[in-house]
Write a protein that binds this ligand. Structure first.
Ligand code: PGA
Length: 249
C-alpha cells in the first residue's frame, strides 16, 4: 500500500487546473468512466471551470457518466440547498446529463431499496473511477460522521452538529436538515482513484488527523490511508498543522 500523495499548493485556486487534468486523464484512460463529484465550497471553483470546459466543447459531456457522494433527505434535484441542485447550478451541463440519465443522483428519499438500487447502478456503470472528496472539520468524508463503521455502504445518517453549523448559511433562514443519504466509507474506498481537497485553516486539524493521527473511526478520513491511490491537495493554511516530514504511520 502506498501512502497518500500530498501536494501543498500556494492557493486553493491552483487546484483547479490539476483537478481538470485528473478528469481529462480519467476520460482518456477509460471508456465512459464514472466520475464521482463532491459538493461544498471546496469544489465550487472546479465545478464552474468544468462547466466552462464542457460548454466550450473542450471536454465532452458524453465522454463520462457523473455521480456524487450524498444528498440531504427530501431534497429533490430541483430543490435549493440540495447537493444535486448545487452541482447543476455550479456546472449547468450536469443538468442536461441528469435529464439524459448520465448523471446518477443519490436518491433523496433515502429508502433502503433506493440506496441499494443506486449502488447497483454505480456498479453497472463500471464503478467510480475517480472520486473527488472534501473533508469536514470533524474529519467526515461525505456524510460519514465520526463513529461511522469503515465497512459502511450507502446509508441514511444523522448529521453532526458541526456539519449542520457549517451548512447553516446554505439553508438560512431555514434550519439545516438533520438527515442525509450518503455513500459509505466502504463505497468510497471502492473507487479506483481518490482525490481529496482541503483548503483553509479550519480544516488544518482534520487534515492532520487524517494524515498523521491514528487510523480510527473518530476521524473517518484517516481510512484513506488504506487506499492505494490517493492524492491530497492542500493550501498552506490547511497544511499548517502537519508535522514536516512526518509520514502517516
Ligand atoms: P466544504 O465541505 O467544501 O464546504 O468545506 C466539505 C465537507 O464537509 O466535506
Amino acid at each position: 500500500m502506498s501512502a497518500p500523495q500530498v501536494h501543498i499548493l500556494p492557493a486553493a485556486a491552483d487546484a483547479v487546473p490539476l483537478l481538470l487534468d485528473e478528469i481529462r486523464r480519467t476520460i482518456a484512460g477509460t471508456r465512459l468512466p464514472l466520475l464521482g463529484f463532491a459538493t461544498g465550497g471546496t469544489y465550487t471553483a472546479m465545478l464552474v471551470a468544468l462547466g466552462a470546459e464542457l460548454a466550450a466543447g473542450r471536454l465532452d459531456p458524453k465522454a463520462f457518466v457523473a455521480t456524487h457522494l450524498d444528498e440531504y433527505l427530501g431534497f429533490a434535484p430541483d430543490r435549493r440547498g440540495g447537493m444535486v441542485h448545487e452541482l447543476c447550478e455550479a456546472c449547468p451541463p450536469l443538468r442536461d446529463m441528469l435529464s439524459r440519465g448520465t448523471f446518477l443522483p443519490v436518491p433523496h428519499d433515502g429508502s433502503d431499496d433506493g440506496l441499494r438500487a443506486h449502488a447497483a447502478r454505480l456498479q453497472r456503470a463500471g464503478g467510480v473511477q475517480l472520486q473527488f472528496l472534501g473533508i469536514g472539520r470533524n474529519g467526515h468524508l461525505a456524510f460519514n460522521e465520526p463513529g461511522t463503521p469503515f465497512e459502511s455502504g450507502f446509508h441514511v445518517t444523522r448529521l453532526a452538529e458541526t456539519t449542520r453549523e457549517d451548512a447553516r448559511r446554505r439553508f438560512a433562514p431555514e434550519e439545516p436538515p438533520h438527515e442525509a443519504a450518503t455513500s459509505g466509507i466502504d463505497t468510497i474506498l471502492q473507487a479506483r482513484r481518490l482525490v481529496l481537497c482541503a483548503f483553509g485553516a479550519n480544516k488544518a486539524a482534520a487534515v492532520r488527523a487524517m494524515l498523521q493521527g491514528p487510523e480510527t473511526t473518530t476521524c473517518p478520513a484517516s481510512v484513506l490511508r488504506r487506499h492505494a491511490e490517493v492524492l491530497v491537495l492542500l493550501d498552506r493554511a490547511a497544511a499548517a498543522g502537519l508535522e514536516a516530514g512526518a509520514a502517516a504511520p
